[in-house]
Write a protein of this length. Structure first.
Length: 163
């Protein structure tokens, strides 16, 4: 294959001087330039792939450790399926866990349990809000449709005192 390049004369002179200094011909310089360009493009992709694989391994390992159905070595759901199919259970694989559709993060359940609020606290908050709106609604420019009964205010006081 033959390649021709039209280079401006001032740049051509500089390139010829550089080629003479390095001791290579202009055609060898162009070949080296093309090799460098294509080698650079070729090497950029494997770097991206290796970076992607490293991140996939990290996420897969995290999912393997924190899955509700995993004990760190075997998946309970897969083991159960294998028992019914009369096969021996297979150890966990990072990539299986990465694409598992049954993944449930056990850390999320712990967070939900810690955020559960007692029902009495919710009742106190609702009744207190209604009482505040009734007492200060005129100043705020709001008139409630439902009025808090006397029994409910006493109930709020009892709940707060008992809490």
């Amino acid at each position: 294959m033959r390649i021709t390049l039209d280079i401006p004369s001032d740049i051509g002179e500089i390139l010829l001087k550089r080629c003479e200094e390095k001791g290579i011909s202009p055609s060898q310089f162009i070949l080296a330039l093309l090799e460098w360009y294509f080698l650079k493009r070729y090497q950029a992709k494997p770097l991206e792939i290796s970076e992607f694989l490293a991140y996939a391994r990290k996420i897969g390992d995290e999912r393997m450790k924190n899955c509700k159905y995993s004990d760190g070595k075997f998946c309970m759901l897969e083991s159960l399926d294998n028992v019914f199919d009369e096969r021996s259970p297979e150890p966990l694989n990072i990539y299986k866990c990465l694409f598992c559709s049954n993944y449930v993060d056990r850390r999320r359940e712990k967070r939900r349990e810690s955020l559960k609020v007692d029902e009495d606290i919710i009742k106190i908050a609702k009744l207190s809000a209604r009482l505040v709106v009734e007492l200060y609604g005129d100043r705020l420019g709001y008139k409630p449709k439902l009025k808090v009964e006397e029994d409910e205010t006493e109930r709020i006081k009892r709940l707060i005192d008992g809490w």
